[in-house]
Structures are given as structure tokens and as C-alpha cells.
Design a protein around this ligand. Structure first.
Ligand SMILES: O=C(O)CCC(=O)C(=O)O
Ligand SMILES: [Fe+2]
Length: 206
């Protein structure tokens, strides 16, 4: 059966490839408490990445967490162990998806922290080899709503924005990474945001 048929409870933004948004993942005050705890308790990093031979600090902060290492823009990132709240959110995401027939499992998460509207993420697809052929990525948003912008690699349709309100979950299903790119553009407003993008990273044995 298709993911679409299983998208019940979510807002189907694209059918093929599946892009589905769910609201009120944790409920408040829980979601706000998690935002504050992650903000205060994680060891946020601002690594530099090499682009065209020059080192640039990334325009946001990040933490790699979970069971498996990850290679990104030519750098190896060793994950930190699961924070109990992140593991709890991971399990809630998995059961929320289970409930609509999507059996996704996640062993890693990239957490991104945007201090205000001036921090951002550039155009990319999450298509590194260790994510496999057709990765399923679940992005949880906490704090300020920052729209994610999508564009088709073949430009057959216009680019579009997806709002990511506090306590929402955006499911990027199989094919989203191969057919589209996404970015988090700057905005002229303040407000902190933390996103948690859960993934499955293949080990050599998978
Ligand atoms: O923070 C966001 O909404 C985007 C994050 C993202 O694209 C990623 O972690 O790969
Ligand atoms: Fe991404």
C-alpha cells in the first residue's frame, strides 16, 4: 500500500515522492521543555567546512547523536551518545509513524540550532552513501517556525516552502532526497529554533 494511503492524520504536501507533515508531536508544555533542555544541555558545535578550498564556520550550530558515525562534506563526525530526551522523541516519532503504517527506524539524528533568523542551512540533499538508496528522514521542529524551501532537481515544477511550526514533524519519504533539494533560508525575525533530523545510517553490516 502506498505511503499516501498511510498518511492519515498528516497533511500530504507531496504524494510522489511522499512529503507529509504532522502537527502536535509532543504537545505543550512538553515540547517547550524539550526545546529548553536541548538548548541548555547539548554541547552545540559550529564546525568549519571546506568549500572550494576555504574553511567556513557553518551558519548554525549542530550536534550529531546516535549509534553510527557519519561523513558529511568530506568530514567525519563522531556522534555523541543519545540524550535521554532525544531518544524519547525518537521513540515517539517512530510510534507516531507506526500508527499510520510507516515502519521507519532511526539510529542517528542531526540536531541543528538556529539562534535567530540570520542562521540558516544551504541547498542540499541528504543523499550521502551511508543513508542508502532511498533514505526516509523525519524532521522534528521546536521553537520558531522556519520554513524549509524545496526545489526539484529537474526544475519541472516551481520551488515551494513548507512551514515547520513548533512541535511539528516533517516526513521526507523515499525519493525526496533523490528528486529534490532543500534549504533553510534566512528570515528577518528573531527567535531560536532547534530541529532534529532523524535518519538511519547503514553500518558495514547492513
Ligand atoms: O533545520 C531544518 O529544518 C533543516 C535541517 C536539514 O535539512 C538537515 O538536518 O539535513
Ligand atoms: Fe537536510
Amino acid at each position: 500500500m502506498s505511503l499516501l494511503a498511510h498518511g492519515s492524520g498528516g497533511e500530504v504536501l507531496l504524494e510522489t515522492p511522499p512529503l507529509i507533515r504532522y502537527t502536535t508531536l509532543l504537545g505543550d508544555p512538553d515540547a517547550t521543555t524539550v526545546l529548553h533542555r536541548l538548548d541548555a544541555e547539548l554541547d552545540w558545535q559550529r564546525p568549519t567546512l571546506k568549500l572550494y578550498g576555504r574553511e567556513h564556520p557553518i551558519p548554525r550550530q549542530q550536534v550529531w547523536m546516535g549509534d553510527a558515525g557519519y561523513r558529511y562534506s568530506g568530514r567525519d563526525f563522531t556522534p555523541v551518545p543519545w540524550h535521554p530526551e532525544v531518544l524519547r522523541v525518537r521513540d515517539i516519532v517512530q510510534s507516531r509513524l507506526d500508527a499510520v503504517g510507516i515502519e521507519a527506524r532511526f539510529n542517528s539524528v542531526l540536531l541543528n540550532r538556529y539562534a535567530d533568523g540570520s542562521e540558516r542551512m544551504g541547498w542540499h540533499s541528504d543523499n550521502e552513501p551511508e543513508l542508502g538508496e532511498a533514505p526516509v528522514i523525519a524532521a522534528v521542529s521546536l521553537g520558531m517556525n522556519r520554513p524549509l524551501r524545496f526545489r526539484w532537481k529537474d526544475r519541472h515544477a516551481p520551488a515551494f516552502n513548507v512551514d515547520q511550526p513548533h512541535d511539528s514533524l516533517l516526513l521526507m519519504g523515499a525519493g525526496v532526497q533523490s528528486r529534490l533539494e532543500h534549504s533553510l533560508p534566512t528570515r528577518r525575525y528573531p527567535g531560536r529554533r532547534i530541529s532534529l533530523t532523524f535518519r538511519w545510517i547503514l553500518s558495514r553490516n547492513d
